[in-house]
Design a protein around this ligand. Sequence first.
Ligand code: 13P
Ligand code: SF4
Length: 344
Amino acid sequence: MNAQEMYEKMKARLDKVVPDVELRIKAELAAQIVDLKKEKNAVILGHNYMEPALFYSIPDFTGDSLDLSRKAAQTDKDVIVFCGVRFMAETAKILNPSKTVLLPSEKAGCSLAASITAADVRALKARFPGVPVVTYVNTYADVKAESDICCTSSNAAAVVESLHAETVIFLPDEYLARNVARETGKHIIFPANGTTNFADTGLDYQLIGWHGRCEVHEKFTLGDIQAVRAQFPDVVILSHPECSPEVVAASDFSGSTNAMIRYVQQTKAAHFLVLTECAMGDNIAAANPEKDMLRLCMVRCPHMNTITLEDTLKALQLNRYVIEIPEDIRRRARTAVERMIAIG
Ligand code: 13P
Ligand code: SF4
């Protein structure tokens, strides 16, 4: 595809969202990336948080983390370029180890993945022997390797319930854990708070959580929702389950990034407010020009934002940054991720 064709394709979708001058520059880069992608027999996976010009130009598949891990597992291309963050690229490598997996930015981390180590999980397992461990996919491979099963925001409650266990360790997102506890009617404790021997406390608990937070979603408050509802009484508010339980309870809908996109597509409302990384609000607005999307864009994910068209082109040109996972860790992590995928 030449740059002019790419520009026209992007303009058809992004006319009202991205200024023309930016589109022209980005179309040049996107056209080069698409050519190189073919030459290298690569597939590009783009998370829903990618900025609009990237999201609507180069990916072969876009989606939430569950969706993209399935796509990574199924691809027969030689190279997987992951336009997302490191834990997502690692999940691709865990599931499809014979492929070269590239992450265009070395800085694309995640505050949740950084909040817990494999040693932390081992310590919890020693403290609560025999209790199954569920880890959110927003963790690194060595943490996944210590767990029984993974989950994403779209299947967390179903994964916990599938275990039919009296008690479950659920790591590392405090808010997702509290939201799952609420949804499944379970009591939750946070042993990292300093309590040492829970067996003696007489507390009735079924979930054991950790104090990880998403640095984007923790910023939304109940006050934000109240202020927006006061100004726009007929607004429909959606939030990601990494938001606090107060924010989720005050929202009209909460779900994974894919679930929120679907909800806006299928719902009629005077205004929508999507409480998540704000590039996704732009992407929804571009696909639904007839819908009024309010923006509360005071937060961007600093990690997702490091993935640019420039770096994606460099990734393909220079074969960087290659994701490697030691084989014993990868095998154990794969069991946990595949158990999750089997649940759906
Ligand atoms: P999803 O799995 O809902 O796409 O979420 C990924 C993520 O990082 C949310 O902050
Ligand atoms: Fe991690 Fe939050 Fe960024 Fe998602 S939005 S990658 S959970 S820091």
